[in-house]
Design a protein around this ligand. Structure first.
Ligand code: SF4
Length: 358
């Protein structure tokens, strides 16, 4: 059984990564180590309280802790750097994984609670031209324990509960599907962090077979689609995935998703100066989305120097919003948080890695 449990990739081989285990897997591990099954639930509760040492699990027998230490570990992460916005308290974290890889997570403080934006891969292979996360490609997938570890690490750091999660950091969540699904089930567990599915947003560029599977799971999360263009000609130029799954196929699967889950879908649209922000683009987008239970989130683009793309001016953003509204589309402009710190997804990590290479 221990051999079948997920372990970290290339490090601590043959040791069980406790943060990546479900309750059932921890119950089986307890039985295998000669303990009662209920110890698995206790173990799960400790792990998801954010405890960083098996030794400190107060209600577990001493000899069980000794055995646990021999076969398993807690995949703790170190905070390398924190940048805090003086404007709104947004905190960007650079986090080091056990194998030395670096990922980025963000804490945003809203009136309705603390939200974290977390990564699902080290880098990303999807190649969207406006995104810093993809400049060096993907290094590896994160395990479910490393995805949940970001929430636990930040929660421990601020000493406050995290109530909302957005999977919108580095990586394409549906390109690491199994681990992301395990993460969703784990973070939602009442014995663990107990974060409601409705408080979780998963953002994807649109890998259709996985979206179909996700619809069938009917998880009640919020699905956010990175759309960023009103037609295939433009989307092909900035998002390579569109050559495989074009807008028509994407909107078709979104309709199926809505029918199955009864949940409104969000479309993310980054406004790029002179590229996708014209009046005719807003009209075309309105026509495409007409009749779909959806919401459009307009994002003033954060510049990534490699791409040369620039964000639209404020007036253009509001003009675009006005046209969508007039055409009956529910639309908001995303509030810019942390604009005084390295703001866009993947930029902080990239900047850090570059400075290390110099
Ligand atoms: S926008 Fe998302 S899917 Fe596209 S490259 Fe960046 S992280 Fe990957």
């Amino acid at each position: 059984m221990i051999d079948n449990l997920r372990v970290g990739e290339g490090f601590m081989d043959n040791m069980v990564d406790l943060r990546s285990c479900s309750i059932e897997e921890l119950e089986n591990l307890s039985l295998e180590l000669g303990e009662k099954k209920f110890r698995g639930k206790q173990l799960f509760a400790w792990i998801h309280k954010g405890i960083e040492s098996i030794h400190n699990m107060a209600n577990l027998p001493k000899d069980f802790k000794v055995k646990l230490n021999q076969v398993s570990y807690i995949n703790n992460m170190d905070i390398l750097k924190i940048l805090e916005s003086k404007l709104d308290g947004t905190r960007k974290y650079l986090i080091v994984l056990k194998d030395g890889n670096i990922i980025e997570s963000v804490l945003m403080k809203y009136k309705h609670g603390n939200t974290v934006c977390i990564s699902t891969q080290v880098g990303c292979k999807m190649g969207c031209s406006f995104c810093a996360s993809t400049v060096d490609g993907v290094k590896r997938n994160l395990t479910s324990g490393e995805i949940i570890g970001q929430v636990l690490t930040i929660q421990n750091d601020i000493g406050q509960r995290i109530s909302n999660v957005v999977l919108m950091g580095s990586g394409e969540p549906l390109d690491n599907y199994e681990e992301v699904i395990k993460f969703l089930e784990t973070v939602n567990s009442p014995l663990g962090l107990n974060i409601s599915m409705r408080n979780i947003t998963l953002s994807t560029c649109g890998i259709i077979p996985k979206l179909l599977d996700l619809a069938h799971r009917n998880l009640q999360i919020t699905l956010a689609i990175s759309l960023h263009a009103p037609n295939d000609v433009l989307r092909n130029r900035i998002m390579p995935i569109n050559r495989v799954y074009n807008i028509e196929k994407l909107l078709d699967i979104c309709k199926k998703y809505i029918k199955k889950t009864n949940r409104r879908v969000t479309f993310e649209y980054s406004l790029i100066r002179g590229f996708n922000d014209k009046r005719e683009h807003a009209i075309e987008l309105s026509e495409k989305l007409k009749g779909i239970l959806c919401h459009v989130n307009l994002i003033p683009l954060n510049e990534v120097k490699e791409s040369g793309l620039k964000g639209s001016k404020r007036e253009r953003v509001y003009e675009f919003q006005k046209i969508l509204k007039k055409n009956g589309i529910d639309v908001t402009v995303r509030r810019e948080l942390g604009s005084d710190i390295d703001a866009s997804c993947g930029q902080l990590r990239k900047g850090y890695i570059e400075s290390m290479r110099k």
